[in-house]
Design a protein around this ligand. Sequence first.
Ligand code: PLP
Length: 386
Amino acid sequence: MQQSGQNWNDIISSLMQAKSKDLHYEKVLSSMCTYPHPIAVEAHKLFIESNMGDYGLFMGTYELEQSVLKMLGNLLNHSHPYGYLTTGGTESNIQAIRAMRNACKSIQNPNIVVPTSAHFSFDKIADILKIEVRKSRVLSDLTVDTDHVSCLIDENTIGLVGIAGSTEFGQVDPISKLSDIAFEKGIFLHVDAAFGGFILPFINKDLPFDFSLPGVTSIAIDPHKMGMSTIPSGALLFREEKMMDFLRVDTPYLTISSQCTLTGTRSGASVAATYAVMKHLGRDGYTQMVSRCMSLTQLLLQEAEKIGLHPVIDPVMNILALSVSQPKKIRKELANQFGWQVSITREPLSIRLVIMPHMTEANILAFVNDLKSVLDQFESSENNKS
Ligand code: PLP
């Protein structure tokens, strides 16, 4: 650090220079984040100093957090859920499994069963919590194979995980079947709805995934993805209050006597942002926003089919995975020649497109045009070789 402080204008100009190297979301089809809603940004700024790690000092923000939990409970069919606002899906998943593990202290070598399609946060969980994470295979439609889940369960299995909106394909596991298995075995079931939690309640699809299923014991849902809040905004909800006690540690020198959160200091700004955007949009606003993303996904699918491409699965949500040969090369050329950001799925290999609220019809059409151009170049270079 330099000895004397720099002036405000010089710092802002360095910041703007750095920001100019950041990409704009308009050409990003690889991210589950988007521009936050303007009212979320406004609320975030208003509560910038609020620390929920010591919420006795910020009782107003704490009340907002309780309201958010109530609104999320209302979306997820629980009149009084227990939980807190996290930094995102990773923290929610870690804490859900940590609570299960602590609830089952008598089991020496605990394991959980997750689908192979689970987010990589479950690999972090295996490492941090020293718990075995068993991976269950998926069927051809990329939903978890519940027969295989049942085979992987043994006397050391403390819980299952189902995904409501998988990261790569936007697929939803048969949560209702997982709920039956978990209920019958008397084990926990955590639902990772980090992405799908702000989609499924707003589309007309018969895909139950929430607390209406008796076996579901916890849910992760991320306001900073399709909830249009600011980063970092995740949420972890439990069916029962006692699960919070399994996370509790004493905090002797704070205004509160204990904490159930993973982080200590915690942003009150994103609590306010989430409150503001959920209140402002309401069910109608989210329904409109999700329906627009779903229509754009259908448009992208139709246009892709016109150029001879097919989806790996029929899109359930606003994620489209297109089967192509050489996906890695295509991704590179789309970025280098046209500035598009797309990602690649693992199994099966495909290009993955997430159609977030920042996408427009014009951009979808421009993207397909550029994709066609890259595919044509590949074809003509193949022809020249032969
Ligand atoms: N779970 C799912 C299904 C996700 O798609 C993601 C992120 O893409 C996560 C968890 C992790 O969320 P975060 O990056 O907010 O920690």
